[in-house]
Design a protein around this ligand. Sequence first.
Ligand code: FES
Length: 185
Amino acid sequence: MHSLNSVEKDQTEKLFENDNGDERKILTDLGYSEKAIYYYLEKPYMGTLPDADQVSEMLGTCGDTLKIFLKIDHNTIKDIRYQVLGCPGAISAAMAAVDLVKGKNLEYARKIDDNDVFNQLEDVPAKKHHCIQLAVKALHKAIDEYKNGNGRLKNMECRPVCSAPGDCCKNKEFNFNALTAQDAK
Ligand code: FES
């Protein structure tokens, strides 16, 4: 497993200072890298962009939902947020995808694939790779819809179909039972 650089390590250690360690241990035992755990716990790009130029949504076969907000200027992704109603794999993958495409042009971002996101995460359990695919598909869909001029989804709220009810964009409280059930998928 690739080691964290010093900045990431500092951030991670700071993040976990007040953590009781249980959550980190569970995720580590499941096979998440420190970097993936950092993305999951910190959720640096979780939320919405009120002035987004494109809002798109992707529903996974697992029932989890990713909504993506793009702020685009001169063919460049100026800002990006995800709302994720899903598992730690989907959340960490979405956050990692943002770090890969923010500030990049649309053509570059459209070429980001599952391997790129996996490499950014460094490691997640094999059974969570489909969650990476979901985050990437959502990104591709948003770019395609922006280019096709499909516009914004209107009046979209978080759906009441969350397979990990303690683990969503509106509630950062972690639900160990939800994690265990979710990761067993
Ligand atoms: Fe559905 Fe991870 S995105 S289980």
